[in-house]
Design a protein around this ligand. Sequence first.
Ligand code: BG6
Length: 516
Amino acid sequence: MASADESLVCQLDDGRTAAEPCVLVILGASGDLTARKLIPALSRLHDRGALPAPFQIVGMARRTKSDEAWRAELRETVAALPAHSSLPAASWDSFAARLSYCTGDLTDPAAFGRLASHIRERAQMPWARRILFYLATSPSQFSPIVENLCRAGLLERGRSPEAWQRVVVEKPFGHDRPSAATLNAELLRFIDETQIFRIDHYLGKETVQNILMFRFSNAIFEQIWSRESIDHVQITVSEKAGVGPRGGYYEEAGALRDMVQNHLLQVLALIAMEPPVSLDAEAIRDEKTKLLRSIRRIPPAAVARQVVRGQYAAGAIDGQARPAYRQEPRVAPDSSVETYVAIELFIDTWRWADVPFYLRTGKNLPLNASEVRIQFRAPPRVLFAAQCGPLLDANAFTLRLQPDEGISLRFNGKIPGTALRLRPVRMHFSYHTEFQAYTPEAYERLLLDALAGDATLFIRRDEVEAAWAIVDPIRAAWNGIPLADAEFYPAGAWGPRAAEELLARQGRAWRNPQPV
Ligand code: BG6
């Protein structure tokens, strides 16, 4: 007999185990993303029996390599990942049998003819015409690859029930709004918007998806989800790692483009959007886009007041010395690229008027933690609040996105005893304790969705442009202005002092995530 809890499970889809037989082609297959994210995710999906059958994975890159050499290379990287130590050898072997490698220069149109033959040799009709192309390359190659795929007859506009082709495009999608719009226009010359899957891996995280369930499957939270009850919102994505070997990329990106334009704004959109009219991809993406469009632009003159940038100087984390950003490989010794950003944003809607949303992210911070803190208004200054004054903590919800995923409610309670004393206490829901289930990695979910043609967790054309429109004026205001001394923070600190002042000016303070 089903337990009480099981009888209450409401299943909305099939868990994506039923995608049709098809082919996945990874363009740029010798890169880090393929070995560290895509192949591990695919091998776990294979182990769980969640991949279609038959199913072929073709890797394509410039370096000449045999299938065996590519498999062995991937095996080595995957085996070194902590989450994979438990993957049975037999499972890897049967997975590896699905992998093949096609040597080809992605800028050479002739290579795509060879890719077409490679696919024909390994897949049968009709599923040989159902292909998901994954662009794991540098952004400058995105549109030439799509053009080459089309010219080779591998990628066709539209779809029929028998055959479909889709393209997953990695970030960064453009480097500002005009370049994103140009890239959109270039891709749309060859394929339809319904075939383009712009990835933001934060949307594949279980806890990020849960924001929608939390808000729209419970009656109690939506009632208080507005300026009537909420004082402000803090979204923190802190990373303990520095830039490490990615200095070359990071010098072009910086934290604003690398993290804020995509991951943080996506989390903000899910937290603040209006209820969608349905659970369809378009309905959800309509609301996210509307929300992004209603974020008030920060005019250049206000950037210094509403945005704080920072760069890590040398320091230490957990007793280990960390070099300054300027000493990292492939970073200019006088670089002014930001490794930290804190922003105050306002959303011009009836629901959120005058409620500040504070977003911050940085490298070489004390902890790995992503969380959203909904800080409620202080209680009226009567009774306990009148007596305790500012000592009485306001209520808060914390949605911990990673690690130690969970949701906490903070409220005040009486300390037991004869004296009348209060302090904040916490009611905590932990995913791990509640479900003890395997949590799929973001790329597992996103790959399955792309194979099944579900675009809900991918970014739409207008959405990506709306997100750039928010960050572009900030970058423009920083352009050419070197970092001031006060904008450096030692590795291991919670960012530059100015980030504290950003909130302190309004009588508020950051609440730093706590270690697990
Ligand atoms: C990537 C950024 O998109 O996200 C990285 O390019 C960052 O700089 C990473 O470290 C963070 O992702 P996660 O899943 O580790 O929080």
